[in-house]
Design a protein around this ligand. Structure first.
Ligand SMILES: [Zn+2]
Length: 86
């Protein structure tokens, strides 16, 4: 996982760290991972909102790469639970 700012580093070492930086790719991915769109993609197999959010928030990097960042943060937040990658 790329830890490119202080908030990402804190989030890596803390459960549900609440700090974000709007200019940080990792923070954006973490925010998406904690969104209803991501929840619905993973829990309800409804990926439309997640795909839209990732496309809108990560216009400069390939979709699969951005989704992988989001998935990493989901796994970090839910490391004690089982989930299937959308
Ligand atoms: Zn960050």
């Amino acid at each position: 996982m790329q830890l490119t700012c202080h908030d990402c580093q804190q989030a890596q070492n803390t459960t549900w760290w609440g700090g974000y930086r709007s200019t940080c790719k990792g923070c954006t991915a973490r925010a998406v991972a904690r969104s209803l769109a991501c929840f619905n993609a993973i829990k309800n197999d409804d990926q439309a909102d997640l795909k839209e959010a990732i496309g809108r928030l990560f216009p400069a990097i390939p979709y699969e790469d951005a989704r992988a960042l989001v998935w990493e943060w989901w796994q970090h937040d839910h490391s004690q639970q089982e989930a299937v990658e959308p």
